[in-house]
Design a binder for this molecule. Structure first.
Ligand code: ASP
Ligand code: MG
Length: 420
């Protein structure tokens, strides 16, 4: 069994849907689980709906949602003929679920509503694709992933219940493949034991693909993207960027964790643990080789460059000159856990702890506020975290020209710098 993941860009128009279907059809004879994202920028659009709803602008939320309905129904019309009425009814069921909610007043927290509303992007796109595939005479079926992937209720960043999910896969997905060659399902979403929808964090569809591959012992995962392959740097920022045909799991988990946009960082562990190769291929030209990510290490890598923008550096200093050891560290970690922030880089001195975070403004304000009860806190925003693997001095010099370096950490493999 193979797992394919198609991102939003691969289905952002009628033609792109057709292109995706033709790629799938070219694998005739294989059993394929298709994990799909929402169309184009639908998730961003649904985020607007959530904000309008939660901030009490019900009419605005409903009218935005109406726009989204029309664009999906319109796309569906061009992709189904015989199955059109049946497919439209399926889409309308998802619309009704959301509209029902939008007519209410919010009584629970933001993240809960976020997940109930945003999950509909993937439900709609997967239903359109699977109906189109059936129309194209493939033996495809649609699966609501919320019946399979069980999560906790940490809305917007839900954690997987691996045991329950595994059991559901054996009971429900394995038998589906006895009757069907292609199963189309949603990335990014899951459900709690109370049947509330959850999401796994932005760009989380790659992770869904890896979860299925791990639990079904898939032969490979292919992520179809609008790039030729994984590159050593962003070619828009760095003209020496080159294609990487082979990478190890270690290399990719480090690149992704520090901000490379290639793959969601959580994707690697489930694949590495079962030694399942990950292919990154172009949906614009499937004949290209793309990149193979596996356990094999590649010794001849060029410098790999990752920029993570929108960083904030915070220094926490003990107020009474206590060492930054046991208790103060523990206090800080508790605050991080409470606010759910994770530092990207840390450095400790005798009486201070310096951390770099993604700048989620509300969380960072809250963090600075709560920490200032125990520590002197200094915050600097609008910074970039630069990570270079397999660095050489020339690359470093090129990349830091004209920048102020606020913090630097080096190992033999990797250099990281926070720059202004
Ligand atoms: N549609 C979701 C997002 O845009 C998940 C994904 O694309 O992986 O974040
Ligand atoms: Mg996406």
């Amino acid at each position: 069994m193979k797992v394919f993941k198609f991102g939003g860009a691969s289905i952002n128009s009628v033609d792109r849907f057709k292109n995706t279907a033709s790629i799938i059809k070219s694998y005739e004879g294989d059993k394929i689980l298709i994990v799909i994202s929402a169309m184009g920028k639908t998730t961003n659009f649904l985020e607007k709906v959530v904000h309008s709803f939660f901030e009490g602008r019900k009419e605005e939320a409903l009218s935005l949602f109406e726009e989204l309905k029309n664009s999906h129904l319109n796309t569906l019309k061009y992709l189904t003929v015989v199955k059109w009425q049946e497919a439209e009814n399926q889409l309308k069921q998802f619309f009704t679920e959301i509209e029902w909610l939008l007519h209410d007043k919010p009584v629970r927290n933001f993240d809960y509503y976020y997940d109930q509303i945003v999950c509909c992007g993937e439900l709609l796109s997967s239903a359109i694709l699977s109906n189109h595939l059936v129309e194209e005479k493939t033996n495809a079926t649609w699966l609501d992933v919320r019946d399979i992937i069980r999560t906790d209720n940490n809305f917007r960043d839900a954690g997987i219940d691996w045991e329950f999910t595994s059991k559901r896969i054996q009971e429900s997905v394995v038998p589906l493949f006895e009757k069907h060659d292609i199963v189309v399902t949603q990335g990014f979403i899951g459900a709690t034991d109370e049947n509330e929808s959850t999401t796994l964090g932005r760009e989380g569809s790659d992770y869904t693909a890896a979860i299925f591959a791990n639990l079904m012992n898939g032969e490979s995962v292919t992520i179809w993207k609008d790039v030729e392959a994984v590159m050593s740097a962003d070619p828009k920022k760095y003209k020496e960027a080159s294609i990487l045909d082979k990478l190890s799991f270690t290399e990719v988990i480090e690149m992704a964790y520090y901000g490379a946009q290639v793959i969601h960082p959580k994707t690697i562990k489930p694949l590495q643990n079962k030694n399942i190769p990950l292919l990154v291929k172009s949906f614009l030209d499937p004949s290209l080789k793309g990149t193979i990510i596996s356990k094999e290490t590649n010794k001849n890598l060029p410098p790999i460059i990752v920029h993570k923008a929108n960083q904030v550096l915070i220094q926490f200093k003990t107020k009474d000159f206590s060492f930054m050891e046991d208790q103060p560290i523990q206090d800080l970690m508790n605050i991080f856990n409470q606010i759910k922030v994770k530092p990207n880089l840390t450095q400790k001195t005798a009486i201070s702890f310096v951390c770099c975070f993604d700048d989620h403004a509300e969380k960072i304000n809250l963090l600075a506020q709560s920490a200032s009860e125990l520590f002197d806190v200094e915050v600097e925003k609008s910074l970039t975290l630069l990570t270079i693997r397999h660095y050489n001095q020339e690359t470093i010099n090129n990349l830091i020209e004209g920048k102020v370096i606020l913090l630097e950490q080096k190992t033999t493999q990797t250099v990281q710098m926070i720059m202004r």
